[in-house]
Design a protein around this ligand. Sequence first.
Ligand code: PNS
Length: 160
Amino acid sequence: MTTAVYPGSFDPCTNGHLDIIKRASKMFDKLIVAVLDNPEKKTPLFSVEERVEILKNITKDMDNIEIMSFSGLLVDFMKKQNSKVIVRGLRAVTDFEYEFQLALTNQKIGAGIETIFLSTTAEFMFLSSSTVKEVAKYGGDLSGMVTEEVAEKLKNRFSK
Ligand code: PNS
């Protein structure tokens, strides 16, 4: 059985993330979506528990997906989950340098770990959690960018 891990901050999960989740889940027996719980990273808008809950709701009808959180090194988490495949999405050339550095570092420190990249679906090319948060902050229309549940959560968060 091949288990792949799709790691990220998912703060919050966008339709671009969801697209990668759906496509990657068809390629592996099991896909673990791993939410980074890193207190040192700049304070997220949603707590790790909230981000996990959002992802669990979004993927509740998909049966080979597990949502987990992790802290520390991704390669250590992968070892515990018995997985050697990292999935990452690529939107544009601008993503490449960072993703390549991450992939090579994980290759160096995680014996036998491979990273595979899925290109974005064109309609999500512009999308990121940061842009979604910015649109939400100023009350912009989020349709097509996130699920209704996420849009609602963003609206509530910024109305406080
Ligand atoms: O969605 P993001 O924020 O681009 O995801 C980045 C993530 C979570 C994949 C990356 O920061 C990560 O794996 N962090 C855990 C620490 C680690 O293993 N870093 C890689 C070696 S420096």
